[in-house]
Design a protein around this ligand. Sequence first.
Ligand code: 13P
Ligand code: SF4
Length: 301
Amino acid sequence: MSLAEEILRLKEARNAVLLAHNYQRPEVQDIADFVGDSLYLSRKAMESDRSVIVFAGVRFMAETAKILNPSRTVLLPDLKAGCGLADSITAEQLRTWKQAHPGAVVVAYINTSADVKAEADICCTSSNAVKVVQQVPPGREILFLPDMFLGDYVRRRTGRAMHLWVGDCPVHAKLRPEDLARARADHPNAPVIAHPECGCATQAMGHVDQILSTDGMVRFAEETHAPEVLVATEVGILHRMSKLNATTRFTPIDAGAICPYMKEISLEDVRDSLALDRYRIEVPSETAAKARIALERMVAA
Ligand code: 13P
Ligand code: SF4
């Protein structure tokens, strides 16, 4: 029996659903029930009636699934699948900030720990961050955390004054305006799409055709008739783009933009998570109850 067949059999036996993020390894994406961005996968996790949710993504995504659908068993196949961006803020640091800014609205990107979400008023993902900030009543002080590039992009798009937490994604922050300018010069006719976490996204907004979440980029890829598209994000997404549109060439701005956390999960890990019931993600009930309020607002936005 192949590994893929073994996983399908175990998935049936355990009444499990396999969710995979757009940056997962191709072979993991290919066997998943649903592949998508953080918001899409949060919704899929929340709606799932399966007993087990196997999350092929990173820890904050699995925690989010557990918070939104607490009666399910949520498995993260490898505990090393963390997130450098989520690590850039602790709940203790956020509590200290809030004490100095009473009354401020805290908008937390989904790429945060459950402890940080529990201190936030509302969460967002890259696909609804602009909408979430637009919903904050005018005149309220806002802290956007923890990604400063996404925050700066949202600040420009909404025109809202916001404090930005000085955090970034180690993979996307490396994509600088000069990389974008070079790619543009080498491929002058190719449209450019970029993830808002990119270090190049906001400073070079004029050079980018669209700034999109990973699912937004996938939709763009599916619909384009351009012979070539330049892609500024983690390269795992190219697999899905090429599968959906075989006639366009998708060229990464940086072929080395690889998220080591997203690549932790192999097919063997997925098989073992189902076979050995590991690694169960739990969130303390008090933290989960507080974080759920912020997450439910995100899903509804
Ligand atoms: P998306 O919500 O756009 O999939 O982004 C998640 C992420 O971790 C990007 O680095
Ligand atoms: Fe975190 Fe960046 Fe990896 Fe996304 S790409 S999971 S933000 S480290």
